[in-house]
Design a binder for this molecule. Structure first.
Ligand code: CA
Length: 375
C-alpha cells in the first residue's frame, strides 16, 4: 500500500456566542483535518490541534512531499522518520501537531485495511464506553456567572453527566465563590473538577486549592505554568486536591519529567498534538510506570475525539482493586459545529458515557462535502 495524496483541511467557524477562559476570548473554533489517500482506495483521517493554518502548512508544505509512496501502515517507522526530519526545528507545538494528525490518519488506514476498529490494533477495548465529564462553565455573557453556572450544572446533570469540569482563573476569591455555587447546584450528584489554564502562581494556586478543598474537587487542572515544574510540585505538596496537566506538553520526552517527578496525578495528553496515537501509547506506558493516571484532553472535532476514545479504551486501567476508579474522558460542551457536523454520525453520548465507535478504523466517517462550509 502506498500513500498517493495528503490533503490538509484548515477549518474555522465563527461562534454565535463568544466565550472566555483565563487566557483569552474565543470568537471562533478552528482545527485542521488531514486526509491521507492510498493507491488501494483506503483513506485515513487525522486531526491537528491548535492554530489551523500553521498546522495545515506544516502538513502540506513540509511533511507531505516526503511521504509520497510510503506505506502508511508502517506507523512506528513513519513516526520516527517524521520526528527526525523536524527535530531541529520544532520539538513541541506545530510540528508535533502535524505529526499527530498524520499518525492518526496512518492508524486509521491501518485499521481500515485490517477491517477492524482501531482499538483492536492497540490492544483491544476494556469496555465499550467510557464515563465522561462535561467541560464547560466558561466566562462571558451578561448574566451573573453564579446564576448561569448553576443552571449549566443542572443542565449537565439532566443530560446524565456524573462529572463536570469548570473554569477558574478569575482571581482566587472570585473563583472560590463560583466553585461553591456549582457545588451547591450539584450537591453530591456529580464529581467536580476545576481548570485554571495556568492562570496562577504557585502561591495563588495553593490559596485557591485550600479554599475549595471542602468542595471535594476531583482534580485541579493546570494550576500553574506548564513551563514551571517546581511550582507544580509545590502546589501538589501543599494541597490535598489531585493535580492534572499535560495538554500543553508534547511527546514522551516532554512528559517524562512530569511523570517521573510526580508533578501531576492525572496526565492529559492531547492525541492531536502530543504526537498522535503512536506517541500517546508511549506516554501512557511511562505514566503506568510512575503511577500516574491518564485522562486524554479532547477539545477538537469528532476525529480527534474518536482517536482519544480508541486510545483510552485500549489503555490498561488503574492498579486492580475490587472497586477501581473509573477512567474519565473529556467531553467538551462548548459550541463547536466541527464536533458533529463534519461526520456522518457523531460519537455517541448516552448516560454520562461516550461510546467507542465500532466501525472500521476511527469509526467516524468524515463528510468531505461538509468541509467547504468551514474552510
Ligand atoms: Ca484544560
Amino acid at each position: 500500500m502506498k500513500i498517493t495524496a495528503i490533503e490538509a483541511h484548515p477549518l474555522r467557524v465563527e461562534l454565535r456566542e463568544p466565550f472566555a477562559f483565563s487566557q483569552w476570548t474565543f470568537h471562533q473554533r478552528q482545527t485542521t483535518l488531514v486526509e491521507v489517500r492510498t493507491d488501494q482506495g483506503v483513506t485515513g483521517w487525522g486531526e491537528a490541534y491548535g492554530p489551523a493554518l500553521p498546522n495545515a502548512s506544516a502538513v502540506r508544505d513540509f511533511f507531505a512531499p516526503m511521504l509520497m509512496g510510503r506505506d502508511p501502515r508502517d506507523t512506528e517507522a513513519l513516526w520516527h522518520f517524521l520526528f527526525a526530519r523536524s527535530l531541529d526545528y520544532g520539538q513541541k507545538g506545530t510540528m508535533l501537531a502535524a505529526i499527530s494528525a498524520l499518525d492518526i490518519a496512518f492508524w486509521d488506514i491501518k485499521a481500515r485495511a485490517a477491517g477492524v476498529p482501531l482499538y483492536r490494533l492497540l490492544g483491544g477495548a476494556e469496555t465499550e464506553s467510557i464515563p465522561c465529564y462535561a467541560t464547560g462553565f466558561y466566562f462571558g455573557g451578561d448574566e451573573k456567572l453564579e446564576t448561569r453556572f448553576a443552571r449549566e450544572a443542572e443542565g449537565y446533570l439532566a443530560e446524565g453527566f456524573t462529572a463536570m469540569k469548570m473554569k477558574v482563573g478569575l482571581g482566587v476569591e472570585r473563583d472560590a465563590v463560583l466553585v461553591a455555587a456549582v457545588r451547591r447546584a450539584i450537591a453530591s450528584s456529580a464529581r467536580l473538577m476545576i481548570d485554571a489554564n495556568h492562570a496562577y502562581t504557585a502561591t495563588e494556586a495553593i490559596a485557591l486549592g485550600r479554599m475549595v478543598e471542602p468542595h471535594h474537587i476531583g482534580w485541579f487542572e493546570e494550576p500553574v505554568s506548564p513551563l514551571d515544574i517546581r511550582s507544580y510540585l509545590e502546589v501538589k505538596r501543599r494541597i490535598t486536591i489531585p493535580i492534572a496537566g499535560g495538554e500543553a506538553e508534547y511527546t514522551r520526552f516532554g512528559f517524562e519529567p512530569l511523570l517521573r517527578r510526580r508533578a501531576v496525578d492525572y496526565a492529559q495528553p492531547e492525541l492531536c498534538a502530543c504526537g498522535g496515537i503512536s506517541e500517546g501509547m508511549k506516554i501512557a506506558t511511562l505514566a503506568s510506570i510512575y503511577g500516574v493516571h491518564v485522562t486524554p484532553h479532547a477539545w477538537g472535532s469528532a476525529v480527534g475525539l474518536a482517536a482519544a476514545l480508541h486510545f483510552y479504551a485500549a489503555l490498561p486501567g488503574p492498579p486492580a482493586t475490587l472497586t477501581p476508579p473509573q477512567k474519565l474522558i473529556e467531553c467538551d460542551r462548548t459550541e463547536n459545529p466541527l464536533r458533529a457536523e463534519i461526520v456522518e454520525a457523531p460519537v455517541r453520548f448516552h448516560g454520562g458515557r461516550l461510546y467507542v465507535p465500532q466501525g472500521m478504523g476511527l469509526g467516524v466517517e468524515v463528510r468531505s462535502a461538509a468541509l467547504p462550509r468551514f474552510q
